[in-house]
Design a protein around this ligand. Structure first.
Ligand SMILES: Cc1cc2nc3c(=O)[nH]c(=O)nc-3n(C[C@H](O)[C@H](O)[C@H](O)COP(=O)(O)OP(=O)(O)OC[C@H]3O[C@@H](n4cnc5c(N)ncnc54)[C@H](O)[C@@H]3O)c2cc1C
Length: 560
């Protein structure tokens, strides 16, 4: 980078920028479905080409069904749990429709941790968790938007779900994961015991194993088979779904229910722009997550909730901070906490000022981007800037580096002084110099009087492991004192939007009048979720998808 140039003009490296046209094409396909007659297929005759000329009102009696099943699950991420729960609970036939040619969506590439209050192994290893503690904690995090009855059911069935799943899959659970409850010291917070991962020497490919088990139990898996429309009967109940398989519409009757599990709307720029409250630049959610379930549900009368939130995940960024709603899809630059929270790094805004405890969990820190500046009439902390010194770079990796000493991606800027670094990144130099001096004073003695970094055990466990070899008074604090200095643009990101179809405590989709739409369930990121759009602790997104699916299909099948 040339002197005087700012980061905003640099190009991305090693990342996939989204092609707006192809994304819009995905959304448009839904509309085309309607033109093909898929939307109002109820009154339309089946044709070989799937071209159904007249669009009528929904009425299952007039649909020429191609297939039928007891339960149809749309989406194979957390939807896999619903499919297994249905098959194992005695559903006669279960179909999974998956839009992508690959199984598992975002879930398949996740850390596979599940949030399980009162997890048996956690309790055996000393956790003092309880219904009261877990309920109090989850309600406090979820706040006014939380689904209280849903949280009650989550806490009630979580360990039953984990036990059932472990027995079915032959998995042993461990409660020893790195990530924990994120809101210390809320009432009911627990440092240990709620975060279940598979206990194995080797990394178990959770979603491949789920797929194999589905096949073993006779679940009919259709890949490259996007659902296009829900079919309702004259009463408004959902009675089936139309999928596009092999380029043709296939009408599948659902005798018990349709479970929508289509993920978030991360890669639908229009929905992102219209719904997210605070700009979000990067998402690691599957590219096929374009809000299909939210749209299909709305078409049959479902209400939307929590559409303005997401599972926050701050990210390094090499693109323009001009906000377009087109989220970069990027696994390399996300920062679960390892980078910003490690000793010797801070995150500052354009004024050079820190704005939070950098060791906070990803979802918590991401919320700090949302502050608005009434003077500049823009977000105070967007874009922000990751700053570290040479001691950091000489001892720990940054994104894009396999090992210390590997070349840094070109969105990192290097300078001999903080003033020079500030100039290159577009930060107020005096503000940055002043802030680092103040931070260094506290860090030298292991204290952060401003944001109390290093005082919460849950944050320290996320961020301290990389500095284990250094002799520091506090493992997440060290002065930024060794030139050269390094910096990069740092922005709000997500591992998935989490707003969508409003559901009750049994995952039944509700109308705006809070009346269930018979035959329709929703789980995972296409639902409004029960946690009010907030991230209580590690595994809460997969946990909610799995547990609410388990509850939902068993309730629908009468086996709960
Ligand atoms: C690297 C990483 C690590 C993570 N680690 C964890 C963790 O350890 N624990 C945790 O709780 N969360 C974790 N998360 C978050 C978690 O992965 C997601 O929140 C979760 O997977 C969302 O599940 P989902 O079923 O809603 O969506 P997805 O898993 O994305 O599944 C949605 C599926 O629906 C399909 N689909 C979309 N539209 C249609 C349609 N019209 N018809 C048919 N199918 C359709 C998509 O192709 C996709 O396969 C992580 C995320 C990332 C990126």
């Amino acid at each position: 980078m040339m002197k005087g140039e700012t980061m905003y003009s640099t190009q991305k490296q090693g990342r996939v920028a989204i092609d707006r046209r192809s994304l819009l094409g995905a959304s448009a396909a839904l509309a085309v479905g309607g033109m093909l007659g898929l939307a109002g297929c109820s009154s339309s005759p089946k044709t070989d080409e799937g071209s159904v000329p007249d669009e009528g009102s929904a009425s299952s009696g007039e649909v020429a069904w191609d297939e039928e099943a007891d339960v149809v699950v749309v989406g194979s991420g957390t939807g896999a749990f619903s499919a297994l729960a249905a098959a194992d609970a005695g559903a006669g036939s279960v179909v999974v429709l998956e839009k992508s040619e690959a199984w598992g969506g975002t879930s398949a590439v996740s850390g596979c941790t599940l949030y399980i209050p009162m997890l048996t192994v956690g309790m055996e290893e000393g956790s003092d968790d309880s219904v009261q503690a877990a309920t109090a904690y989850l309600n406090k995090v979820a706040g006014n938007r939380g689904n209280k009855a849903g949280i009650d059911n989550y806490v009630k069935y979580a360990n039953e779900f984990a036990t059932w799943l472990g027995d079915l899959m032959g998995w042993q659970w461990t409660a020893q994961g790195m990530f924990r409850d994120y809101y210390e010291p809320y009432e009911g917070y627990r440092f240990f015991g709620r975060n279940a991962s598979i206990d194995s020497e080797e990394k178990v490919p959770m979603w491949s194993e789920l797929q194999n088990k589905c096949k073993e139990l006779g679940v009919d898996i259709r890949l490259s088979a996007p659902a296009k429309e829900l079919v309702t009967d004259a009463s408004g109940a959902v009675v089936g779904v139309v999928a596009e398989i092999g380029g043709k519409p296939v009408r599948i009757k659902a005798n018990t229910c349709v479970v929508m599990a289509t993920g978030g709307y991360d890669h639908n720029p229009q929905m992102i722009l219209e719904n997210q409250a605070v700009p979000v630049y990067v998402s690691n959610a599957a590219m096929t997550n374009t809000g299909d379930g939210q749209i299909m549900g709305a078409k049959v009368g479902a209400a939307w909730g929590n559409m303005d939130t997401n599972w926050g995940l701050p990210c390094f960024y090499g693109g323009s901070p001009e906000y377009t709603g087109e989220l970069v899809y990027d696994f390399l630059t996300n920062d679960w906490g390892y980078y910003r929270g490690s000793a010797g790094a801070i995150v500052v805004n354009r004024q050079g000022r820190r704005f939070g405890d950098e060791s906070s969990a990803y979802g918590v820190f991401n919320r700090a981007f949302g502050q608005y500046d009434t003077d500049i009439l823009d977000y105070t902390n967007i874009p922000a800037f990751f700053i570290c010194d040479d001691e950091y770079v000489s001892t720990m990796t940054l994104p894009g580096q396999a090992a210390v000493g590997d070349p840094l991606p070109d969105y990192f800027v290097q300078a001999d002084t903080l003033q020079e670094l500030a100039g290159k990144l577009g930060i107020d130099p005096e503000g940055l110099v002043d802030e680092v001096a103040s931070f260094n004073e506290g860090a030298a003695v292991g204290e952060d009087p401003t944001f109390h970094r290093g005082e919460k055990e849950c944050n320290v466990v996320i961020s301290a492991w990389r500095t284990a070899g250094r002799d520091l008074p506090n493992p997440v604090l060290a002065p930024l004192a060794t030139p050269p200095f390094y910096g990069a643009v740092y922005v709000p990101g997500t591992c998935g939007t989490n707003g969508g179809l409003v559901t009750d405590e049994n995952a039944r989709v509700l109308t705006a009048a809070h009346e269930p739409i018979p035959g329709l369930l929703a789980v995972g990121n296409c639902s409004a979720g029960i946690f009010g759009g907030q991230y209580p602790g590690a595994g809460a997104t997969l946990g909610a998808g799995g547990i609410m699916g388990y509850i939902g299909v068993r309730n629908a099948l009468g086996t709960l």
